[in-house]
Design a protein around this ligand. Sequence first.
Ligand code: NG6
Ligand code: CA
Length: 736
Amino acid sequence: MWNGFFSHLPMKFQIISNNMNPRNILFPCLGFAAGAVAQDEQRPNVIFLMADDLGYGDLSCYGATRVSTPNVDSIARNGIRFTDCHAVASTSTPSRYSVLTGEYCFRRHGTDIAAGNAGMIIKPEQYTVADLFRNAGYRTAAIGKWHLGLGSEGGKQDWNAELDWTPRDIGFDYHYLMAATADRVPCVFIEQGRVANHDPSAPIYVSYEKNFDGEPTGANNPELLTKQKSSHGHNNSIVNGIGRIGFMKGGGKALWRDEDLADSIIAKSINFMAENKENPFFMYLCTNDIHVPRYPADRFRGQSPMGLRGDAILQFDYTVGRIATALDSLGIADNTLLIITSDNGPVLDDGYQDKAATLVGTHKPAGPWRGGKYSAFEAGTAVPFIVNWPARIKEGKVSEALISHIDDIATFAALIGAEVPLGAAYDSQNHLSTWLGEDETDRDFVVEMAQARGLSYRTKDWKYIEPMPGNAKQSQTGIETGYSSSPQLYNIAKSKYESSNVYSSQRAVANELAQKLTDLRQPLVSGDTCFWYHLLTPGRGPRYATSTGAGKGMTGKTSPDGKKSQWKFVLRTDGNYDIVNRADASFIVPNAVQIPALQIKTSATSPSNGWTLTTNGNMSCLYAVVSGKAQLNQAEQSNSWKILNWGDGTNTTDVGCRYAVHLADAESTTTSGIDLPETSSDEIAVRDNHFVNKISGKTVEIFTVDGRRVPAQTGHRLRGVYILCDARKISKVVYP
Ligand code: NG6
Ligand code: CA
């Protein structure tokens, strides 16, 4: 019945077109090696199309029979359909964080399911996949579901003005977004930093703490829940006859109708594609489907035998069809690489009475995998993944290779011949040949993060789940979480469905995987990483090099245990800092507070006691983290920031202090020993305008002790002490 419904949709997309767009012409002649650098005119457009909560088994090309997805199937038939792809996390925010940054979400505090008024989780100085494309000359867009926070400060956004931090600050030229999820306020789209169709007669206020006087809520006014009733939660503000999470007031004509969400997202996507058909573009396109509340357009409701959840799958498939048709009619289908995937696994009852659970019948949303959304079990992160690129992929295939979303940045970099800056997208690896179906090389391992933030380590054959707290089954969603206080090991080669925990009989395997997880978890930066990464994020400009960072506004604050000055800065390779509690290593300040920079003067400069930077107001930030054993801290007084050495009391603060001074444009007078391991200057050569370590073959960067980058030019004379950075460690190099 619903098949016929799609008869108007394109089938042309599956046929490799003879499109003579000049950008495409040269393509067939190129004998591409994987990872090859494409020349400018041939670089494909890239669309990363991500569904929300779409399970592995929810598409007919992945085995669904109670729902049919002909548009996705057609793209899969002519592309590479992966059977073992994993999102990085089993919920949206952390999963998306990893897609956009190439960094495991477990490394970053504040990546749990975000509220609708969360501040932007990815900070402007952090490198993203959008930076990769934008720096390579692509136009970039983020359209649809966002769920990664907006504005510089959570809860402080003025929704009636322009937001200060937006996806423009992390590489996206254009955005049209739902701030969080359809079930979270504010229920409006944000376009280019402002509420789309903002209605001045109905100013918007948002709170996740308390209701606004006189506003109805799902809890108090169930009679107003005309379109969907909650099954659990979702009983705060009511918008469009549906209860939401969080409170909002106003909105007027800017408020979305759930029935129109997909059409709005489609329209903006097609606009963006049409506007950029002459130049390469990258579109991060995230549907609202099939997340709750599921309330698709009138023409889809009632079309599937599985109720609204099935209808939402049909609407998702329709979206894919519309994108495909648009590519065709714009003449750019041939040279567009289209990826279709999902952010995490499936859930039936996720808080609304939409009958998903009662009407599911024999349908298996998770396919062969156990668990679902939120789980540590495989279904949490096992997602559909389809790669289609007519110009390059000539034959449809199914690939069983083990792959992960974490690799998009490095893989796309190889695809377009761009380079990921040192230290950025740290966890991302290039698997282009696998993604294009040229081979089936597995990733060595895949990391999966459950909602409880516990990790699993998957190899092709095994799955280790570390112990984590929480119930084995969620009472409200009915999902098996895979959480257990004991370690678990499953032989995936034997069965995809994790039913038999072989931890006891296979201790050696389990221990090995557990150890790998431990290794991976090591902070990227402790004693051995470099603070200069901060400045290596390209395309930002001085605003971000000098006015953001952790440590700001910490004056007088106390750590949760009530002690003052318990902060410790741990620099991460993305250039941000985790501020952790020195005593127990828990996180304290994930989001720094913005304070304008003022003049800073150095005073006492005894390295072993730390330096004091005296400001005549507030300091913009303390960037510096010292290499080696030391960390920096500042004392609690507002005008005098003491940089302490928590290491062994030696003079290891010197490099960091000098760097802080440099960034703050302050005066400094002393230098003394730099306590770092040494790399021989003989190991360093200049190749293609890069410094390379001749032994490892890796690119390295060289900085002066006060943080200036040394250009890699042959003939550039180096003399004295420099700081050498590779992706993992910093050392000093002494040129005689
Ligand atoms: C949960 C919500 C669920 C969904 C999820 C986020 C309740 C009871 N449940 O807290 O409905 O919104 O968060 O989903 O509020 S995700 O796909 O965006 O991660
Ligand atoms: Ca999701």
